[in-house]
Design a binder for this molecule. Structure first.
Ligand code: ATP
Length: 460
């Protein structure tokens, strides 16, 4: 307020209360309100009461373990944390132990083995989706080990992680942050940590022949998205432009892959991928249901341009609706999107729909299923011979085809793109683990008509 509540007495310093204020496009900001009070005892009483009220909020973290990737995105991780986040944590009386990573998988391995997790109320990563994936792998693996759960068994029920994860976006794409907060803004994310938000999230486990490969949180893609990633990895020297280049090249090569996809459908109670509703903050369809009855496995065989499993919408600034607009963050399912072999023109129509509001599944060559588990077996991979083929170098021919857009012969295998990492096997088994992790987030909030009335401010 421009005028003080009480006359200012020079011997009585003003008191400032910081609070969260909503700004446009899901952004949160920290604002201050200053009180002046001539009565010292009354002032002290106010301060004490506010402190007590805040301490009583048990959902708010008090001690955090922070990992910073100094090389993520534009290499601004340390600077973003020091300038934008650390002052807010200090203001909210949150103490931190900060580790600046020295190499890839540093955070994952530290969490898996050394980190004294009992000391903390949460883990925060400053970086992009790759860094978040490291934290998830470290935390999930540690939790299973501590509870004696064997990660190599695809049927094993995994134990949920008790610590929440905060993401301070400092990467190149920040898809997970965008999907769980609505924007990739470090201050907004820091404020979600401070107020102690909690957003559960599903995690997919990926196995090959009873061997654990990786966890996936957002997208598993074979065919188009696998080929784009594999090609872009070979062109790291091009910088971020490599994704556009490899995307265009992969589109021109137009390779299809033969195989069988078998899947365990989720029951209708969970909605369908073609619903008009979106996963949003507050009460919605995003809950873990226990299937009332087992539905049988379905099988689809054929030639596919792309096989995608989206465990969240995968919305990002480039694709505001995402790969599966109605996917939920925490309902124990993934949306399996099968794009059958079609003309280049039709595939382009399908890809362009990711950037518009039109139904991207309303095409004869696209089918989509909401599933709890699925398996993929490439046609030429009977009894695991695919690995041997690779190792024997017999894929040289495939590689030559892959690198030449004009070649009309498709290689036998693509690669799985698992949240931006290439998997070493084409034949995989995937299971969704409902609400295995929790984030310091609350999902994307609907923008209310009368913001102030709908969302009262919240003190730091
Ligand atoms: N100190 C480090 N040196 C090299 N690589 C690191 C280091 N710390 C983490 N990494 C690795 O860097 C990779 C990329 O990091 P990160 O996800 O933070 O940024 P990005 O790739 O630019 O963003 P995005 O994943 O959102 O596209 C991660 O897979 C992580 O394992």
């Amino acid at each position: 307020p421009s005028s003080p509540l009480y006359p200012v007495t020079p011997s009585r310093p003003p008191s400032t209360v910081s609070y969260v204020e909503r700004a446009r496009q899901h952004r949160w900001r920290c604002s201050d309100v200053t009180f002046h009070c001539s009565d010292g005892a009354l002032r002290q009483q106010w301060i004490q009461t506010i402190r007590e009220q805040l301490t009583a909020l048990t959902s708010r973290p008090k001690h955090l373990l922070v990992y910073i990737n100094p090389y993520g995105g534009k290499q601004q991780g340390e600077c973003i944390y020091e300038q934008k986040v650390a002052p807010l944590f200090a203001c909210a009386s949150i103490s931190t132990d900060v580790i600046v990573t020295e190499h890839a998988n540093h955070a994952r391995d530290h969490l898996k083995t050394e980190a004294e997790l009992k000391k903390y109320d949460g883990v925060v990563c400053v970086g992009g989706d790759g860094m978040f994936s490291e934290i998830v792998h470290g935390l999930v693996s540690r939790t299973q080990r501590d509870n004696g759960v064997d990660q190599n068994s695809p049927e094993e029920k995994l134990v949920p992680c008790s610590l929440r994860i905060g993401i301070i976006p400092a990467g190149s794409t920040d898809c997970i942050c965008y999907a769980t907060v609505g924007i990739n803004d470090p201050v907004t994310s820091a404020l979600h940590v401070i107020v102690g938000d909690s957003q559960p999230m599903d995690v997919c486990s990926v196995h090959h022949n009873n061997t654990f490969l990786r966890y996936s949180i957002s997208l598993l893609g074979y065919g188009f998205y696998g080929d784009v990633l594999a090609d872009s990895e070979r062109k790291r020297w091009m910088g971020p432009a490599r994704y556009d280049f490899s995307g265009f090249k992969t589109f021109l090569t137009h390779h299809h892959y033969e195989g069988a996809v078998s899947f365990l459908p989720a029951t209708d109670i969970l909605g369908t991928p073609r619903d008009k509703t979106r996963c949003r903050a507050g009460p919605n369809l995003c809950f873990c249901s226990i299937p009332e009855y087992e539905v049988g496995w379905g099988v689809v065989r054929g030639k596919f341009l792309a096989i995608n499993a989206a465990s969240m919408s995968c919305a990002c600034p480039r694709s505001p609706m995402g790969l599966s607009p109605a996917a939920h963050l925490a309902d124990g399912t993934t949306d399996l999107i099968l794009v059958r072999k079609c003309s280049r023109f039709n595939f382009l129509r399908h890809l362009l729909r990711h950037t518009s509001k039109d139904d991207q599944f309303d095409m004869t060559f696209v089918e989509v299923h909401r599933v709890r588990r699925f398996r993929f077996t490439p046609r030429h991979c009977q009894n695991d011979s695919e690995l041997d083929l690779r190792e024997n170098g017999k894929q040289l021919f495939s590689q030559i085809c892959r690198d030449h857009p004009a070649c009309s012969c498709s290689p036998a295998y693509s690669s799985w793109n698992c949240d931006g990492e290439i998997l070493p096997h084409a034949a995989i088994e995937v299971g969704v683990h409902c609400q295995l992790i929790k984030l310091f987030a609350r999902g994307i909030e609907e923008q209310p008509l009368f913001e102030d009335l709908a969302n009262p401010p919240c003190a730091l």
